[in-house]
Write a protein that binds this ligand. Structure first.
Ligand SMILES: NC(=O)c1ccc[n+]([C@@H]2O[C@H](COP(=O)([O-])OP(=O)(O)OC[C@H]3O[C@@H](n4cnc5c(N)ncnc54)[C@H](OP(=O)(O)O)[C@@H]3O)[C@@H](O)[C@H]2O)c1
Length: 238
């Protein structure tokens, strides 16, 4: 395969939502712990999230602008580090600013992951200068629109990522699904259902693809009961 094996690993409600008040309730905290445990046990080479999820999960520095009056910066991929584990951010317009080259997180499954920004060539030079200052790696996939197949191919070729966890949110998951880039789906099903018109589904369509797309078939590989009514479902493409 000319790209990593991609596992979409998510925690969702019974009605297939990945956001909502239920995620804040202490009685469901144990399922979030299961989610993090499974993330660690996958032994992947990295995880990947959309810009919104990255922004919400990892704090942004207080200053998110930078003056740049140097020469134009070539749109060439920048490998700051070859690491054991990577945090890949889908950030086509260059909106995520970082304090460090690596993720800082209380969970050892995320802490220390070296950051790779996936960009389009339309990002400002000042943003590239910021990433170089912080020694955050980046790669280009597309001029103004993101080319996801190219992005994942580069993750393997440039960084040696063989197994990648795709960890939301709904927009990024939906665009990977539409591009046929998901090999396995790992779902921690939380035993809660909630009416919430603003909640985000596991796969969201429309923003970066067709509004509707043909259903993709998956096969049940494993179904494991988690303590206290939770479920872990694993589906694979083949
Ligand atoms: N329950 C769980 O397991 C779980 C896991 C992860 C996240 N979440 C939740 O999901 C929510 C965020 O989900 P979301 O769907 O709103 O956002 P998201 O998927 O995290 O990020 C979406 C953004 O990423 C960029 N992007 C993603 N795919 C793209 C593509 N194909 N082409 C171009 N740009 C692309 C765009 O950035 P720009 O807007 O900058 O163009 C887009 O707006 C958060 O509340 C988070 O807590 C839940």
């Amino acid at each position: 395969m000319d790209r990593p094996y991609i596992i979409c690993h998510m925690a969702m409600s019974l009605d297939g939502k990945v956001t909502g008040d239920f995620l804040e309730k202490s009685e469901y905290g144990k399922f979030i712990e299961d989610y993090y445990r499974i993330h660690r046990e996958y032994g992947a080479d990295g995880f990947l999230c959309g810009r919104v999820t990255m922004e919400g999960s990892f704090p942004q520095p207080s200053v998110t602008t930078q003056e740049y009056d140097g020469p134009p910066i070539a749109r060439e991929d920048y490998i700051a580090e070859k690491a054991a584990f990577y945090a890949v951010a889908i950030d086509p317009k260059g909106k995520l600013w970082w304090s460090n080259r690596a993720i800082s997180d209380p969970d050892e499954g995320y802490d220390g992951a070296h950051i790779i920004e996936v960009l389009t060539e339309s990002v400002p030079d000042a943003f590239l200068a910021h990433l170089r200052d912080k020694e955050v790696s980046y790669l280009f996939a597309g001029k103004t629109e993101l080319n996801l197949p190219l992005a994942v191919q580069k993750l393997k070729d440039l960084f040696g990522i063989e197994k990648l966890l795709l960890e939301g949110g709904g927009i990024v998951n939906g665009s990977f699904l539409q591009e046929d880039l998901i090999d396995e789906i790992s779902l921690v099903v939380i035993p809660a259902a909630e009416c919430n018109e603003n909640a985000i589904p596991l796969f969201k369509t429309g923003k970066y693809g067709a509004k509707t797309a043909p259903a993709k078939p998956f096969h049940l590989k494993e179904a494991k009961r988690l303590n206290d009514d939770g479920l872990w479902l694993i589906y694979s493409k083949n």
